[in-house]
Design a protein around this ligand. Structure first.
Ligand code: ARG
Length: 476
């Protein structure tokens, strides 16, 4: 019989029991559940609600259960609805009456909310750590390939030559914003619902500030009804994961394109590629594709929780049981995809000659040729038109701007001089864009300095979180 079976005359149907259970998913948060119970028990002792000896027994019993689960020796009972029932039921079996006093002034509603918040904080901490490593790898690649010029694109058409490092750093900054979003989700999760009981608080003199301190929460949540029914922090987490996956997916799309025969800008290492069962020559960027594909699932996790939450009245409703799986899935998927991306970037082979070759094709110097005229007094719009006609002329004659003679240039405008040749070199073009945030060498050097500063700042933030977690564990 379930722990709540007092007012029931029949036990639930086998099928409905399984339908209503969340034990399988909950197993991922057994250590959080046990930590929450120990904090609750310690607080009850300090407040004189439970005796010191009961709480000692409870703590020893809970730690023993944790040990058993850690080692995979714990006997899970399929009839347990969730992790809270499984742990408490086993504690009562092990230590008897003291165990049966643990649930004083507590409900599974504040218990589950506490567990998920603790779990979310742990998941986010590992995502912050991985985000940091990924950005380190991207920054390293930007430094290593400094000077390599590639075509920059708009509309997937050759636009202007850019440094490959500049292109990579664009992703660095996307991932930097992901860090902030994840960190914000951490802050949202970092509040303590324990002590809210079922929905209204309790008549026992609970000290919610003390359990907050024991569990490492920043503060107790000020409204018990909000505390048991709020899952916004999971939405924040899933949104942060979705955006980060979207960024990874965009990079994957580029990696897939760059490694085609047509582009040939990079070759992925064998360890990040797969073959074909029929075509012996194939080397496929499966893992980049899979990351792109998994993005859909993570976005689905976000949408699914939004829809679950919509229309829920206060306070706890069983619908909320559905919120865990997607959040864990989103975080696990993002973590794996970041690890994969790090390896992919760290081991790819870059082909600078191929990139440079493409960088001058497609009239990528056209803007600089127009600027050349504009700097000599022709209004830019007019210069744009002249160079547009030159490009048309080139297309008709199937040549590039660099193939034109000085006479041909001068037919378009007498202002062209011999030095126009200097404007056509893609390396020079990329180098010349020294505006802050541009692709010029000095501008990118400055960007690299800022990137490395942002990494240091974020490492300090992650370290503060890890240090606090360590301190809380040591004190426990
Ligand atoms: N298994 C439930 C969940 O995950 C725990 C809380 C259940 N509370 C209740 N009153 N049925 O949400």
């Amino acid at each position: 019989m379930a722990l709540w079976s007092g007012r029931f005359e029949q036990s639930v149907d086998r099928f409905t029991q399984r339908f209503g259970a969340s034990l399988e998913v909950d197993k991922k948060m057994y250590s959080q559940d046990i930590a929450g119970s120990i904090a609750h028990a310690k607080m009850l002792a300090r407040q004189g609600v439970l005796s010191e000896s009961d709480v000692e027994r409870i703590e020893v019993g809970l730690l023993e259960i944790k040990h058993e689960i850690d080692l995979g020796r714990f006997k899970w009972d399929v009839n347990d609805e969730d992790i809270h029932m499984a742990v408490e039921g086993s504690l009562i079996d092990d230590i008897g009456a003291a165990g049966a006093r643990l649930h004083t002034g507590r409900s599974r509603n504040d218990q589950v909310a506490t567990d998920i918040r603790l779990l979310a904080k742990d998941l986010i901490t590992s995502l912050l750590t991985e985000n940091y490593s990924l950005r380190k790898v991207v920054l390293r690649a930007a430094r290593k390939n400094f000077g390599t010029v590639m075509p920059g694109y708009t509309h997937m058409q050759h636009a202007q030559p850019v440094l490959f490092s500049h292109h990579l750093l664009a992703y660095f900054w996307m991932f930097t914003r992901d860090f902030k979003r994840l960190h914000d989700a951490f802050v949202a999760a970092d509040a303590n619902p324990l002590g809210s009981a079922a929905l209204a608080g309790t008549t026992y003199p609970l000290d919610r500030h003390y359990t907050s301190e024991l569990l490492g929460f920043d503060h107790p949540i000020p409204n018990s009804m909000d505390a048991v029914s709020d899952r916004d922090y999971l939405l924040d987490l899933e949104y942060a994961c979705s955006v980060s996956m979207m960024h990874l997916s965009r990079l994957c799309e580029e990696i897939i394109t760059w490694s085609t025969t047509e582009f040939g800008f990079i070759t992925l290492s064998d360890s990040y590629s797969t073959g074909s069962s029929i075509m012996p020559q194939k080397k496929n960027p499966d893992f980049a594709e899979l990351t792109r594909g998994k993005t859909g699932r993570v976005v689905g996790d976000l949408v699914s929780l939004l829809v679950t939450m919509k229309g829920l009245p206060l306070a706890y409703n069983k619908d909320l049981q559905e919120c865990k799986e997607g959040a864990i899935d989103a975080a696990d998927t993002l973590r794996d995809c970041m690890i994969l991306m790090e390896g992919m970037i760290d081991t790819w082979e870059v082909h600078p000659r191929r990139m440079l070759e493409e960088a001058s094709l497609g009239f990528t110097a056209a803007t600089d040729v127009a600027d050349y005229l504009a700097k000599r007094g022709i209004p830019f719009r007019k210069a744009h038109e002249i160079v547009g006609e030159l490009v048309l002329y080139c297309e008709k004659h199937k040549v590039g701007l660099e193939d034109l003679t000085l006479e041909e240039f001068q037919q378009a405008s007498p202002l062209f001089g011999k030095d126009i040749v200097g404007e056509l070199d893609p390396e020079g073009i990329a180098r010349a864009r020294e505006t802050y945030g541009g692709t010029g060498h000095d501008a990118v050097r400055e960007q690299i300095r800022e990137a490395s500063k942002s990494l240091k700042r974020d490492r300090r933030q992650t370290k503060a979180i890890l240090d606090k977690r360590e301190a809380v564990r040591r004190q426990a």
